[in-house]
Design a binder for this molecule. Structure first.
Ligand code: B12
Ligand code: SF4
Length: 497
């Protein structure tokens, strides 16, 4: 159990017990891919943990996995008969329209609170589209929801937006909570195990989980809003006490754990201490960590990270070009990337790197070079995304002031007069074929096997599933396309004069 202190004690709440049964609900949009489904809804789980001792009961439902609650009639029946507070998470932009439509189908008259990264960016939009939503918690919500469930008057809760006499009231922004004081997710509330299901087919034998050991990131890469909360406030880099992290780790049963920190190695000393503690505890997991290439400067940390079970590193490299790295303030250059990867390759890590293409002024050849460069330096796999503009991204203004560059919506891709979306799609395919070929795929499988992430039997099982997987992916694509068409038609109808 987590013994960290809370602002409002359970004793206080029992006296009040304003809510008997809270449903913490992670809705499932049809557009989310199965890969995203592999991990639990961490933010919502923090919320559930923070109120668990302040209300009668919390039921946590993740509609991606909890099939029992996917039937709307059954879900509504359950809500009507059992629930007096509904807490819904809207974290991702993908599927936003579908989630709003879904929320509208839930029972009216039950206090409904929405929160999450995307909810915070879309407060007015959600109030306008979902008449049954009473409250929206903006930003990191643990302390705010505690005040809601213990009956603090809405007007006194900073960080809350709410309806009052037909008006929407937005209280001031809340101060970010101290992560050391927050309760970590209580896995006993879960009603499902997390696995990598691709279109309903189990891809890997492992169960998945996430853990956050820090929040925020001290760097200021221009394209990135990881370290900004959705209110545009810089989330200062803050660390959880290592004892609390270990306490949480001991409650995790999953085989593969993603350390969801923006950059796990921000404080190398602390990361090394945590690795030591994991080694000492005998905990055996496959850990995945997000990091910058700077970690390569710490050989003893790398050695310990590998011994602690960190097997997959997700590296934010972004670009092979010095002028782009400078433009986005990444803080390193191509030569440093080459040197770092050379070091990292000497350790037993699977190296996956992220790149961004379509940067301002980037030519087609420069974009395509991403694939060749990644191969040259020996990365195991890569993913590449078009430059995107988030609501509070410092790049937003730059794109807006650069003639010939455009974006259609916040969160959407940047394109230019020279490279429109269709051209960027072709470039993406060129990057992909520069990097991925049969030999690379074989290499990936071998690397997974050599690191003990997959065994021979897993690979054979996976190969047998390939035809079914391909069929499911095509079927899902068609389903999504037709659903999107319907949604578009519905929108046109709403806005028709
Ligand atoms: C780890 C991570 C992932 C993991 C997923 C881990 C998981 N558990 O699902 C992986 C790698 C799979 C991933 C994938 C993607 N991610 Co991501 N990810 C993150 C990251 C780094 C941390 C998320 C996290 O754990 N945060 C910590 C928790 C505690 O914060 P939180 O979720 O916001 O929750 C708090 C509040 O929002 C609020 N809250 C949340 N729910 C609720 C509900 C209620 C009722 C209340 C009151 C409050 C509340 O309180 C919570 C506690 O403080 C964030 C960046 C960041 N630093 O937050 C990006 C981020 C969330 N990801 C982002 C994106 C774009 C993606 C992808 C679309 C990328 C892609 N193109 O594939 C996919 C989409 C995944 C999907 N499900 O659709 C964006 C989201 C932007 C947006 N509005 O959509 C972010 C913000 C990064 C960014 N700035 O670009 N991601
Ligand atoms: S890209 Fe990575 S290092 Fe840069 S600000 Fe974002 S999280 Fe931090």
């Amino acid at each position: 159990m987590n013994h960290s202190s809370q602002n409002i004690t359970s004793k206080q709440s029992r006296n009040l017990e304003l809510y008997k049964h809270v449903l913490a609900l992670n809705p499932s949009p049809f557009t989310s891919t199965a890969w995203m489904g592999a991990f639990p809804p961490t933010g919502l789980e923090y919320i559930a943990a923070s109120i668990k001792n302040l209300v009668g009961k919390v039921t946590l439902v993740d509609m991606r996995f909890d099939v029992e609650y996917c039937d709307l009639e059954k879900l509504n029946d359950f809500i009507r008969h059992e629930v007096d507070l509904l807490c819904i998470s809207i974290s991702w932009r993908s599927g936003f329209d579908e989630i709003c439509a879904f929320v509208n189908k839930l029972p009216q008259g039950i206090t409904t609170v929405v929160g999450g990264h995307n909810a915070t960016e879309e407060v007015d939009n959600i109030f306008a589209r979902c008449p049954n939503v009473n409250l929206i918690v903006r930003g990191e919500g643990e302390e705010i929801i505690q005040q809601v469930v213990t009956g603090v008057p809405y007007a006194d809760i900073v960080g809350l937006s709410y309806r009052e006499n037909g008006k929407i009231i937005h209280n001031k922004n809340a101060v970010l909570p101290d992560v050391a004081k927050l309760s970590f997710p209580d896995r006993s509330l879960r009603r499902c195990e997390y696995q990598w299901l691709q279109n309903g087919i189990k891809v890997m034998p492992h169960t998945f989980d996430t853990i956050l050991t820090t929040r925020g990131c001290p760097f200021k890469c221009k394209f990135c809003t990881f370290s900004l909360n959705p209110l545009g406030q810089k989330r200062e880099y803050t660390e959880r006490p290592l004892e609390s992290v270990m306490e949480e780790l001991k409650t995790i049963t999953a085989d593969l754990v993603m350390i969801a920190d923006d950059n796990f190695f921000t404080n190398p000393k602390r990361a090394e201490m945590l690795c030591d503690m994991i080694i000492e505890s005998g905990i055996k997991k496959i850990f995945v960590a997000q990091t910058r290439i700077d970690v390569a400067r710490h050989p003893s940390l790398l050695e310990k990270a590998a011994r602690a079970g960190i097997k997959i590193l997700l590296l934010g490299i972004e670009s092979p070009h010095d002028w782009i790295l400078k433009l986005i303030d990444k803080g390193f250059n191509q030569q440093q990337i080459r040197e770092a990867i050379q070091v990292l390759r000497k350790h037993p890590f699977y190296l996956h790197a992220y790149f961004i293409y379509g940067n301002i002024g980037e030519t087609e050849e420069e974009m395509v070079y991403i694939g060749r460069f990644a191969k040259e330096i020996g990365l195991d796999s890569i993913s590449f995304q078009k430059l995107r503009i988030e609501k509070y991204s410092p790049l937003k203004e730059i794109v807006e002031n650069t003639p010939g560059y455009h974006y259609d919506e916040v969160g959407g891709p940047v394109y230019s007069d020279k490279y429109g979306l269709a051209a960027l799609k072709k470039i993406r395919n060129r990057i992909r074929s520069e990097f991925y070929d049969f030999a690379q795929l074989r290499w990936i499988i071998r690397k997974f096997m050599s690191l003990g992430i997959l065994c021979k039997a897993d690979v054979v099982r996976l190969l047998f599933k390939v035809p079914a997987l391909l069929f499911a992916i095509v079927k899902r694509g068609i389903k999504n396309k037709s659903a999107r068409r319907k949604e578009k038609a519905a929108k046109l109808e709403i806005f028709a004069p």
